[in-house]
Design a protein around this ligand. Sequence first.
Ligand code: SOE
Length: 388
Amino acid sequence: MKTLGMGLVGPGFIAAHHIDAVRRLGDVEIVGLAGSSEASAQKRARELGVGRAYASYRDLLADPAVHVVHNTTPNHLHREISLAALRAGKHVVSDKPLASNLQESRELHEAARDAGVAHVVTFNYRGHALVQQARAMIAKGKLGAPVFVHGCYLQDWLTDDTTYSWRLDPRRGGASSALGDIGSHWCDLAEHVTGARIVAVLADLYTGVPVRRVAEAPTRAFAKAKATTRRVVKITSEDTASVLLRFDNGARGCVTVGQVLPGHKNDLRLEVNGRLASLAWRQENPNELWIGHHDRANAVLSRDPALLDPAARGYAHLPAGHPEAWSDAFRNLIADAYAWIRKGATPQAKPAALPTFADGYRNALVIDAMLRSHAAGGTWQTVEDDRE
Ligand code: SOE
């Protein structure tokens, strides 16, 4: 079997988790990484135990030992680097959102579709076994006709006005901030689990912390800024959002998103109510799936391979009582990506749970409709249909 080589561009917070997930596969060589400069790449390569540090992403792309490029750069660099990687014939694993805005996402989706390589977007919450269980149960009609799909993605790491991130700067984060960063995950999850599409939205966006005192040195996600010299920055992007939703199967729903909400660490929740039963899953307690009934006792399903639907079983590795969580789900997604590559990366060979650039583009259409809705004063907006 050919040894696949992995290279990573953008060695920030999430990079360590890409490398860890690939390392856990056991049969992929981690070749090297590129950062904003050769010096930063060398430092990060040492920290992460990676052999080669490239002077630029172009040098990484020119290395024939690199077959798969993981693009973990800030959003404004996604387009340039992912396009260059596709043109160099590399498989690409991109962080979400796919790009800075709808137009760039469409361009990347079309380039990936025509490139004949694997293209993956890290909507990693799909990798949880109980998320796949919920999807399988809904597909088999266990919930009956869907009525309501609702939930939230709430965080507090941007609460302090001395914390700053490129995500809040439209030139680097893109057209949206909280919606693009974490609302995107929720929308992908809701569509993936229900198998339904969001067709219309009504959004109200808000900036709860409109002014920040920003340290000169950048801070990583979830890190505290230590600097003493600060400049005042006016924030124009949303850090909270409330959105009403309509799905193509007739279900209604809503989602709340926020990153300045004290006490909420990584609080992603999804609940689906059907005419027969309900399901609820919470990212911070990912080993349990709540199953709600009207005429008998509610139940809680523990993540145990022996108890799961065959479609979900492969995403659980340990018996119940041995928790699996965020990094295990991330590894499941990366395992699916490399399995797809090994099978030739044809559309037919793609694992059903694996999110591609087509899903990234689809997601950008949903977020774009939310931005349009808010800009139009909070009116219903249709999500453009991406089906060809
Ligand atoms: C920061 O909000 C962040 O790291 C996101 O960028 C990730 O996509 C999310 O999974 C966790 O939070």
